[in-house]
Ligand binder design. Structure first.
Ligand code: SF4
Length: 348
């Protein structure tokens, strides 16, 4: 990827645009692909938080594309690179997925990452002062972040090194594109030789998962979006999960969800559950919501799709919704203290 692209600044692309913008949507790359493929249809998919930018990007593309090219916006919900609009992908000549780094590269897909412009260093300084050990006492620190801040990752590492730390990073498994990148369902990049981890990014979900995956590590959250430093505390989260497991222990009927989103399918796991439990029924769906499950009337559900749905939205479901690992505990196959964060590996 060129430096020009990572800068998130379109002023140097030479395109004249209808809308002012500070982000680089890599329109030049999209226009080039349209020309190369003699494309008639261009599909644009944005994640939920960025959908409102879609019409302006479509406007600017339409200005530069021949009149007979149709630009489509995906209205499907989207929360990750696991969640490509495959309908749109099949029916367009150029398909662009914005806002996530690739889970799996493909000639069919143009990924445009859209990095955050937020300054991460003031909050890293606060995290260093308040929560990281002095490098004289413990110089080892692991560093992780999300795709949105990946463009600053090398600078973050240098910043810590300049302050005396040995920074430990690694690229996780094939589900992750970059060194130091974590997903809500995958923390393999945190598997480093350091007792303290610095997570730079918004929200608590990622560091909570990290802390559950690595209970021996001190996980410091430097959140530049909400401008707050905290330490990941899994207690409340664990209580909520134990509560769901307990409520599911008396369940007589189980709905086992197999998610049809391209990067969320865990067929073997789903099938194994129904094979071994005659009161379990396989339910296929893309978006997993409380409303869609109500009419099935099961006593409890197991979600083999995105673990964030189970844990973030769990309390909104009328019946207990468990991860595959929690299901094993609820039916007595595993002890209560084996409860772990549900992680997801591989692609498709
Ligand atoms: S499965 Fe869920 S947590 Fe994992 S990348 Fe997809 S949306 Fe994110």
């Amino acid at each position: 990827m060129s430096q020009e692209r990572t800068d998130g600044d379109l002023r140097n692309t030479g395109l004249s645009l209808k809308h002012d913008r500070e982000w680089d949507y890599e329109l030049d790359r999209i226009i080039e692909a349209v020309e190369e493929r003699d494309a008639e249809k261009v599909g644009l998919q944005f994640p939920e938080g960025l959908k409102r930018r879609g019409p302006a990007v479509a406007d600017d593309l339409r200005e530069h594309l021949p009149d007979d090219v149709t630009v489509l916006l995906s209205g499907q919900p989207c929360y990750g690179a696991c969640d490509l609009d495959t309908y749109m992908m099949r029916r367009t000549d150029v398909f662009v997925h914005f806002g996530h780094s690739p889970m799996k590269e493909s000639d069919k897909i143009i990924y445009v990452p859209l990095f955050s412009n937020v300054d991460v260093f003031p909050i890293m300084e606060q995290a260093r002062e308040e929560q990281l050990a002095d490098p004289e006492a413990d110089p080892d620190v692991g560093l992780v972040t999300t795709a949105q801040h990946m463009n600053k990752f090398d600078e973050m590492r240098e910043w810590l090194e300049e302050r005396g730390y040995n920074v430990h990073t690694r690229r996780g498994d094939e589900r992750l594109t970059h060194e130091g990148q974590v997903l809500g369902c995958n923390y393999a990049s945190a598997d480093v030789d350091a007792d303290q981890m610095l997570y730079v990014g918004g929200g608590k979900f990622h560091p909570l998962g990290l802390a559950m995956e690595h209970p021996d590590k001190h996980v410091v959250i430097a959140d530049p979006v909400n401008n707050v430093v905290t330490v990941a505390d899994t207690e409340k989260f664990m209580k909520q999960r134990y509560g769901a497991v307990h409520r599911a222990m008396d369940a007589e009927s189980w709905g086992v969800i197999f998610c049809t989103k391209i990067g969320q399918g865990r067929w073997d796991q789903a099938q194994e559950i129904v094979e071994n439990n005659e009161n379990a029924y396989l339910i296929t769906m893309d978006e997993v919501t409380p409303d869609r499950l109500t009419n099935f009337g099961m006593d409890a559900y197991v979600n083999t799709g995105c673990p964030r749905i189970t844990t973030d939205d769990g309390p909104q479901f009328k019946k207990p919704m468990l991860t595959p690992g929690e299901y094993e505990i609820a039916i007595g196959e595993k002890p209560l203290d084996s409860l772990e964060f549900d992680t997801f590996h591989g692609t498709w």
